[in-house]
Design a protein around this ligand. Structure first.
Ligand code: PLP
Length: 233
């Protein structure tokens, strides 16, 4: 067994344990393996153990891996999530090569992704990135801006609004992490309850290597884990 496969199994155990502690069904939490800075070989290794969803932050690097893995004989179809900032001049590459974009925080970017999504592909799955703890240098919408953008994005033809994504700063302890994740969960519930979306959001993407237990405790449906699977960057 490779180190990556062993790590992957340890992360799955953490997810299962966190779900039981929170009285949740482990099937309600998906694992996104964040492969940024690691090569196609690392992704292929994780895929041998059944991992299918991978997250990339840097567009050019991500596209290179998407193409390399698609060309590998016997490789099952993988699901690629863009989780890093998307500038206007990169939307076409993203629309052509990724399945999900979790880092949408402007209408203009969403419109371009919808316009540039190739006709033969299913709609792009979208999460809006929320700056839930108000970090000054961080991308993401202020919580008060999310509802309006959610409504607009949900009407774009080649996108499907799936949910929210947040990357809060690590807190002092489990309770502090839970408190900030609970804010994202409350916003998610509030938007679904507002009745402005024709289809409710089903994805709350929060929790990374350091805080996945707190995120699952707070209602995360997708944890994005890099370091604990692939090692230090
Ligand atoms: C790098 C990254 C992760 C993974 O972080 P780890 O701490 O290595 O698990 C998750 N989400 C986003 C948006 C990232 O940029």
């Amino acid at each position: 067994m490779t180190t990556i496969v062993r790590n992957l199994q340890l992360v799955r155990d953490r997810i299962t344990t966190a779900c039981f502690a929170a009285n949740r069904n482990p099937a309600t939490v998906r694992l996104l393996a964040v492969s940024k800075t690691f090569g196609a070989d690392a992704v292929a290794d994780a895929a041998t153990d059944g991992q299918r969803a991978f997250g990339e932050n840097y567009i050019a690097e991500g596209v290179e891996k998407v193409l390399a893995l698609r060309a590998q004989a016997g490789m099952p179809a993988l699901e690629w999530h863009c989780i890093g900032p998307v500038q206007s001049n990169k939307t076409r590459l993203v629309a052509e090569h990724f399945d999900w974009v979790q880092s949408v925080d402007r209408l203009k970017i969403a419109q371009r992704l919808s316009e540039q999504r190739p006709a033969g592909l299913p709609p792009l799955q979208i999460c809006l990135q929320v700056n839930i703890d108000g970090g000054a240098n961080k991308s993401g919408l202020a919580p008060g801006e999310v509802l309006a953008l959610a409504q607009e994005v949900s009407q774009l033809p080649n996108l499907v609004l799936r949910g929210l994504m947040a990357i809060p700063e690590p807190g002092a302890d489990f309770d502090a992490d839970c408190a900030v994740h609970a804010k994202t969960k409350a916003l998610f519930d509030e938007i679904n309850a507002a009745g402005v979306l024709s289809v409710a959001m089903d994805t709350l993407s929060m929790g990374m290597t350091a805080d996945l237990e707190a995120a699952i405790h707070s209602g995360s449906t997708m944890v994005r884990v890099g370091t604990a699977i692939f090692g230090k960057r």
